[in-house]
Ligand binder design. Structure first.
Ligand code: ADP
Ligand code: MG
Length: 615
């Protein structure tokens, strides 16, 4: 009896991309299949702890490679956990990892940098179709009687039929493409295994001339001495566990001793993984107890703001026979979490001394790190110390400590401004006074910046403040501004009366500001109010028009335009022209703030009228 199934749409897409973009890296498929077999052995080993009789094959776990160069086939066989029918349909016909599916939906047809893109997630089982035009997979799940044969040509779908396999585990037979004969050559296979899968924890055997021989070292790399491990081996292990192609940006291999003991081998990737901001993304740390794999999705092993860290943690203090829930609650896990966090933070501190290298890290993971300022009450300031920010006066990214070291004596706070785009921020009217007084402002463009700035309100005794609501804090700091001459008081008052009459519903208040230089107006938030951008982020689904209603329209009394309008407002000629000009003023303030204006067609008409008048 045989059943035909279609691949989920994303699978076909993934197959396409894999085949087209990894053509120079075809051997990757072997790494992927061996790593699946190794996972399968890990899983059965773990299961046997609670079900001692479940392992039928007493000869020990192994992964066998059986090439047949005459017929151009390759068999990869393991005695791991195996799959039942449901597993086959769910794991080998759909992409279970939500991140990957979403990611695929997003990249569409951008052929150019597919290789870079594909490096961000694991290519997995399907990579075998790079070298095979047909795959037969027979499998029997541990603890079950039935076995199945899964076949596919990797194009549209797969068949599942009953099979007669009597041993536990999975056997994958690849019918190699004509031009992929190298993968049925034992010499080539031996070389690939040595290079990419040497550390795999189970023996990998290769059959050649009727004899079978173990070809890998088969020792858990993290249990070995640092001095015995080459850079290449570290890198190979990183690729094995992360399924990515980038170089590790940093590796941390250490043994913690004290009230609780564990060994850990951690990696920080160079590139941002595709699913980093997927809410479903689980930790990428594998948890072992004395080399026995426990889980790769234990919550609480590492804080979520360090979720970019890959690697393994092995602790013999963990009890294997307790449930996942109990494990997640355990004090030991909390202690390990704490230890890992401290270690990673101190390594980052050291790494931060090399600006260029650290900038790469910040570019990839800065926004995630900032989540820690928001989430981790205790370590908030220490995490902030590790963050880097763009600045209005510096070309390089700056730390908060460096910012403070540049502050003039009179300056009391650390100032920041938020927005979507760094170039727009640099020209923001909010910065004019700061620029005039030569005061540095941090330019923040990540959505998370809106949140951590609410959580961390001071750092090293300096308060952290939005440049939008500084009040009169800057008054004590000297600058050129005293030389400016502004509009007359009574004229300004008249203008404000006119503006208030027109904009009663549009803005909360009108005020004179000292902080502008080149711009006639700007909008700002009252102190303690949500910042303009935060409000925008929260409001994306609602109508935008009500937006400015709790803003203050600030006017620059030194600007030529304001002086002129003030004069006009004070004279008796309060005509329609003045009213139109006021509306243009408000729209201008919204536009420089990156806000939509409430009535674009009216705006256009008013502007045209003005242009006509001026010729
Ligand atoms: P990943 O290994 O990242 O989950 P793969 O595409 O490599 O993705 O494999 C998909 C799934 O298929 C695995 O998670 C596993 O459940 C199942 N699988 C693949 N190979 C084997 C195998 N040799 N034994 C048991 N299960 C397997
Ligand atoms: Mg895999």
């Amino acid at each position: 009896m045989s059943n035909s199934h279609k691949f989920q749409a994303e699978v076909s897409k993934l197959l396409d991309i894999v085949i087209n973009s990894l053509y120079s890296e075809k051997h990757i498929f072997l790494r992927e299949l061996i790593s699946n077999s190794s996972d399968a052995c890990d899983k059965l080993k773990f299961l046997s702890l609670t079900k001692p009789g479940i392992i039928e094959d007493k000869s020990g776990f192994k992964i066998e490679l059986i090439p047949d160069s005459k017929n151009n086939t390759l068999i990869i066989r393991d005695n791991g956990i195996g799959m039942d029918k449901e597993d086959l349909i769910n794991h080998l016909g759909t992409i279970a990892k939500s991140g990957t599916a979403n990611f695929l939906a997003n990249i569409k047809d951008s052929k150019s940098d597919e290789f870079d893109l594909i490096g961000q997630f694991g290519v997995g089982f399907y990579s075998a179709f790079m070298v095979a035009n047909k795959i037969e997979l027979t499998t029997k799940k541990a603890g079950e009687n039935k076995s199945y044969l899964w076949t596919s040509d990797g194009k549209t779908g797969f068949d599942i039929a009953d099979a007669k396999k009597d041993t536990q585990g999975t056997e994958i037979k690849l019918y190699l493409k004509k031009d992929q004969k190298e993968f049925s050559d034992p010499i080539r296979l031996r070389f690939i295994v040595k290079t990419y899968s040497d550390h795999v924890n189970f023996p990998i055997t290769l059959e050649q001339d009727g004899k079978s021989e173990t070809i890998n070292t088969a020792s858990a790399i993290w249990t070995r001495n640092k001095s015995d491990i080459t850079d290449e081996q570290y890198k190979e292990f990183y690729h094995h566990i992360s399924h990515s192609f980038d170089e590790p940006w940093h590796k941390i291999h250490y043994k913690a001793e004290g009230s609780i003991e564990y060994t850990s081998l951690l990696y920080i990737p160079t590139n941002t993984p595709a699913d980093l901001f997927q809410p479903e993304r689980k930790t990428k740390l594998k948890l072992y107890s004395n080399k026995v794999f426990i889980s790769d999705s234990i919550d609480g092993l590492i804080p979520s703001w360090l979720r970019f860290v890959n690697g393994i943690v092995d602790s013999s203090d963990l009890q294997l026979n307790i449930s996942r829930e109990m494990l997640q609650q355990s004090v030991i896990l909390k202690k390990i979490n704490n230890g890992l966090t401290k270690k990673i933070m101190s390594e980052l501190k050291t790494k931060s001394k090399d600006y260029d290298s650290y900038k790469k890290f910040i570019d990839s993971f800065g926004p995630v790190l900032k989540e820690g300022i928001y989430e981790d009450f205790e370590k908030r300031a220490d995490i902030a110390k590790l963050c880097r920010f763009a600045s209005s006066t510096e070309d390089k990214l700056t730390s908060l400590d460096e910012y403070i070291s540049r502050m003039p004596k009179e300056q009391k706070s650390i100032y920041y401004i938020t927005g979507d785009n760094i170039d727009v921020l640099r020209k923001s009217p909010q910065l004019e006074m700061f620029n005039m007084k030569n005061i540095e402002v941090l330019l923040l463009t990540d959505p998370i910046d809106e949140f951590w700035t609410q959580a961390l309100t001071s750092y090293e005794d300096k308060s952290i403040k939005s440049a939008q609501n500084v009040g009169n804090e800057l008054d004590g700091i000297k600058s050129e501004e005293n030389k400016r001459t502004g509009a007359k008081k009574e004229e300004l008052d008249s203008l404000i009366t006119v503006l208030k009459a027109n904009f009663a519903k549009d803005v909360k208040d009108i005020a004179i500001t000292e902080k502008l230089n080149d711009s006639p107006v700007c909008l700002s938030a009252e102190e303690g109010q949500m910042s303009i951008r935060l409000e925008r982020l929260m409001k994306t689904h609602q109508q935008q028009t009500a937006f400015a209603s709790n803003r203050i329209l600030e006017i620059n009394p030194y600007h030529k335009l304001i002086k002129k309008l003030a004069k006009l407002a004070h004279s008796d000629a309060k005509d329609k022209k003045l009213k139109n000009a006021c509306y243009l003023l408000l729209d201008q303030a919204k536009i420089t703030e990156g806000e939509p204006i409430s009535d674009p067609s009216k705006f256009a008409k008013r502007l045209s009228d003005f242009i006509i008048d001026s010729f």
